[in-house]
Design a protein around this ligand. Sequence first.
Ligand SMILES: Cc1cc2nc3c(=O)[nH]c(=O)nc-3n(C[C@H](O)[C@H](O)[C@H](O)COP(=O)(O)O)c2cc1C
Ligand code: SF4
Length: 666
Amino acid sequence: MKKFNNIFTPLTVKTMTIKNRIVMPPMGTNYGGTNGEFTEEHIKYYEQRAKGGTGLIIIENVCVDFTMGSNGTTQIRLDHDKYIPGLYKLTERLHKHGACASIQINHSGASAVPARMEGRTPVSSSDIPSKTGGAVPRALTKEEILDIVEKYAAAAKRAQMAGFDAVEIHAGHSYLICQFLSPVYNKRTDEFGGSIENRARFARMIIDAVRREVGPMFPIMLRVSAEEFIEGGNTLEDTLEILQYLNDEVDIFNVSSALNDSIQYQIDAMYLEDGWRSYMAKAVKDKFNKPVITTGNIRNPQVADDILKEGKADLIGMGRGLIAEPNWANKVQSGKEDTLRKCISCNIGCAGHRIGLNRPIRCTINPDVINEDTLENRKVNKQTNVVVIGGGTAGLEAACTAAEAGSTTFLLEQKAYLGGLAREIAKLPAKDRINDFPDYLINRAKNLKNLITFTNTTASVELVENLKPDVIINATGSKPLLPPITGLLDRIDKQEKIQSIFGLIKNVEMFKNLDLKGKKIAVVGGGAVGLDVVEFFTEKDAEVTIIERLPVLGRDLDIVTKVQMMTMVEENKVNVMTDTSLLEVKDNSFKVNRDGKDQEIEFDYGFVCLGMRSETPILASLQEKFADTGVEVINIGDSLRARRIIDGTQEGRYTTINVLEKLNLI
Ligand SMILES: Cc1cc2nc3c(=O)[nH]c(=O)nc-3n(C[C@H](O)[C@H](O)[C@H](O)COP(=O)(O)O)c2cc1C
Ligand code: SF4
């Protein structure tokens, strides 16, 4: 039997035959035009995933009722016939590559994006916001409900006319249908509220109206949040009951989970295992005996194949996995799974951009989400030597890019291993998925014959000069930022009790084995790194205090990680001290100031995580040596300014291409 045979077995549902079991689930992108139309880059983005072998692509949630149902700053619309031609161009392009296409129709209700609402009050089943701090909606009248039902039906008909093979109704993730299904939001006392049958009525009406429009043989998919993971919300058992009322006329169940306030189980946090949610899909499949999709951190082909083999699901949803690696299916089918660029579930470029910042989606590890082949047919026009100093992720991306463009590339790394800070952070148990990125880069580098890597090699001006560079790329990373606070420099990472993030990483095995129950841990710095430290110690049942100068924790976090971290802080009763400044580091305590009063925060272990700063040991000497020689010296990644991995990846790719272009080498 062929490897991963279960993945590459076709599936027929009514008029749709999907060539394999890999499904791209819907994911908002902010690639649409301002009027809700498809743009060429948007089509290209989906086309890449079709070209990469994906069996079924479900286009991101589209608006059935503009403006009241809007979601996303430039969400695609399907509320008018004028959108049909643009969508047809898309389905045509996907079909050319053998992919099937579905589209998710949606009304966001209380989750409508305020920027598009022009001051109107959003609607819902009742007047409950769809997330903590969200807008208070008003309850829909019965007349309005009936009107919205017809809008779903009209949108589904347009989808069929635009060449889609199926349509998906979005009944999960805190959008309007979910706002009726979930007791968290639905407080109605009429025939649309109260009992499960009543809460399911709106969805039932929509499914029936859609069926009426699309005919008996057109597949209808339904996406649900099977477990809502919120106190008082639907459990899997509740959902199985709800689906009894919705089952007729649904052809595929797309089994998702969670609400806005539990978004870490919807756009899965990094620590959740590949396929952890498949038990929900199995329960739906067992009860209704219809094809089901499971999704959630599935990146590993063996896990995907096992889920199918064990009958837990019929189709594998791979969302962010396909943002990061559009060629997932083709690579796996052709036995090249060791070259997969596996999504690390960081949520920074995708969810962070789309949901938190109104930006178009990008990816931490894939510098070119839309085009993929940035360097196709672009090779250096003469012998070119590129020297890259620093084998972290930015340096590795730069070295691979330069070598793929045909330059003879030398990568110099001081340590015995490549991967830099990403490798260090990945030593924390909740972060080990990050290893997949350096693994991918190192594997890519190994396959490039013109990329010569030297580990255990400290770069010097002489060494670099001997390599006769045309371009020098400095990617020497960063080190902890240690402001001149009394007692800090003398103690940090010098005394066992006071450490930086690197101290924790270095001693992580020791801390894992220690009984820390009830021990006092104090962490200074409430950014991403400080919260990682807090997460580590709350799992060990320690008593944790976090000290932050700003009024809030996690200001720089993406939306998913923020919800995850705030839940972790609350559930573990972490002592949160915001608006608090560190004054002095002592042997067993931090002296801090809060509300104008000085206090001592005692600890068994104290951590200071105040950020990172760039490290550039030989950059100035290189700039001086190569000034006016025609050799370009550039600085990228954290050694330019300490930031996130995504910035280094972007610079590793594009700064490298730009400099080769500037020198007329490509
Ligand atoms: C940027 C982004 C946008 C998303 N938008 C949608 C959406 O429009 N509709 C939907 O049902 N789910 C949406 N999701 C959830 C995904 O479909 C998917 O269930 C989730 O990312 C988990 O799967 P994965 O681990 O394979 O990425 C979105 C996820 C991301 C990252
Ligand atoms: S940004 Fe992070 S989570 Fe999103 S697709 Fe890329 S690697 Fe995955």
